[in-house]
Ligand binder design. Structure first.
Ligand SMILES: [Zn+2]
Length: 116
């Protein structure tokens, strides 16, 4: 089905096609544990995610190996998606940013990013 999402202020909007989302993923690395977001358990190739950004509202934070790209809206501060360490260039989505999806109610697995 088609999923649409955005950051809080709407400056970063995105959409993608995926199977019905029934679970998520959390990570215990030093960054994710601070964000506390539930992410998609699947990854999207760059051509599977349509991104629409107002101006220069999308900023990127890097740390450690600088492979993962942690994107955030520099207007409202929300993290809508990132490009992964394990599959460079591919995206995981912040499920809390998806319209009409109750991300707080989804079961999730925990990825042990702290041990990388
Ligand atoms: Zn925003």
């Amino acid at each position: 089905m088609l999923y649409r999402g955005s950051c809080h202020c709407g400056s970063v909007r995105f959409q993608f096609d995926a199977d019905t989302i029934t679970s998520g993923l959390r990570c215990n690395c030093s960054l994710c544990v601070r964000k506390g977001a539930t992410m998609s358990s699947f990854v999207l190739a760059p051509d599977e995610l349509s991104i629409d950004i107002s101006g220069d509202c999308l900023s990127t934070y890097e740390f450690g190996s600088d492979v993962a790209q942690h994107h955030f809206c520099n207007r409202c501060g929300i993290y809508p998606f990132h490009q992964t360490l394990r599959k460079p260039g591919h995206y995981r989505i912040n499920l809390g940013c998806i319209h009409g999806l109750d991300a707080a109610d989804l079961p999730f697995e925990v990825f042990d990013g702290a041990s990388l």
